[in-house]
Design a protein around this ligand. Structure first.
Ligand SMILES: Nc1ncnc2c1ncn2[C@@H]1O[C@H](COP(=O)(O)OP(=O)(O)OP(=O)(O)O)[C@@H](O)[C@H]1O
Ligand SMILES: [Mg+2]
Length: 254
């Protein structure tokens, strides 16, 4: 299988604080890897280093064998990103948002428009092309962000908590769209706080805590390997939930 993403010993220091401490993994075409971890574990920071929006302190990231630090622009051509916040231009319409994003990738305008039409159809927003972005519901905005992330035909899609705040139907629609992309051979890297989402989408899961991978493996077998009854139970154990809840208890009683 073709390796699309290779991350080696990735490290991020903010001054004296280590947010990401030597993370390594790889991801092949058509596969999905989910990163699961408590708030502040270093998930978003890891993703931001991979899509070259925050400098890497140490380690390497290669996308399609292109080094992200040496050739960030070339690497970004192969990536689509759905960030934790929407960051849509609310003064633009749905179609204008698509066009503005396509222009960033130097795609000729006619081609951008053609692609935008078909991508908006893919995410079910055909009837909203001329709608103001501010008038979209939360679910529609997420679908627009996904459509926008696909404008450059990425080989790798990076999604940071893509379905947080979405209703149950919208989540299922979103999952369906991601599964279609996966079948087309797109590699998907995502973070999520929802174990059901990870089980629905991912082949592999990496559990990260305090900037380090504390467990990793197949979504279907990791729990078994750790002799836990479920992925959620395995997660709570490797992230030392018991000790943390004791600490919370102690603070409450102070
Ligand atoms: N620009 C920054 N300057 C200093 N510290 C930062 C900065 N960005 C993030 N951090 C710190 O790095 C750590 C990891 O943050 P990060 O956003 O990667 O967490 P996360 O795993 O994505 O959490 P969440 O689940 O809440 O989204 C946190 O302790 C955070 O406070
Ligand atoms: Mg985050």
């Amino acid at each position: 299988m073709t390796t699309i993403l290779s991350v080696k010993n990735l490290t991020k220091q903010y001054g004296a604080f280590t947010a990401v401490a030597g993370v390594s993994f790889s991801l092949a075409a058509g596969r999905t890897l989910a990163i699961l971890g408590p708030n502040g574990a270093g998930k978003s920071t890891t993703l931001k280093m991979i899509y070259a929006t925050t400098p890497i302190t140490n380690g390497t990231v290669q996308i399609n064998s292109i080094d992200v630090q040496r050739q960030p622009r070339a690497a970004k051509q192969a990536i689509g990103v759905v960030m934790q916040d929407d960051l849509l231009a609310t003064t633009l319409t749905v179609m204008e948002n698509m066009i503005a994003h396509g222009i960033l990738f130097d795609i000729p305008l006619r081609q951008v428009k053609e692609r935008a039409h078909s991508l908006l159809a893919f995410v079910g927003l055909t009837n909203y092309e001329n709608a103001d972005t501010t008038n979209l519901s939360g679910g529609m905005r997420r679908r627009l962000v996904l459509a926008r992330a696909l404008i450059n035909k990425p080989r790798l899609i990076i999604l940071d908590e893509p379905t947080t705040g979405l209703d149950i139907q919208s989540r299922h629609v979103f999952w369906h769209q991601l599964n279609v992309l996966k079948q087309q051979g797109v590699a998907i890297l995502l973070t999520s706080h929802y174990v059901d989402e990870i089980e629905a989408l991912a082949d592999n899961v990496a559990i990260i805590d305090h900037g380090q991978i504390v467990a990793a493996g197949s979504t279907t077998t990791l729990a078994q390997q750790l002799a836990a009854p479920s992925l959620e139970a395995a997660y709570l154990r490797v992230t030392h939930f018991d000790e943390r809840s004791e600490q919370i208890d102690q603070t409450r009683h102070q």
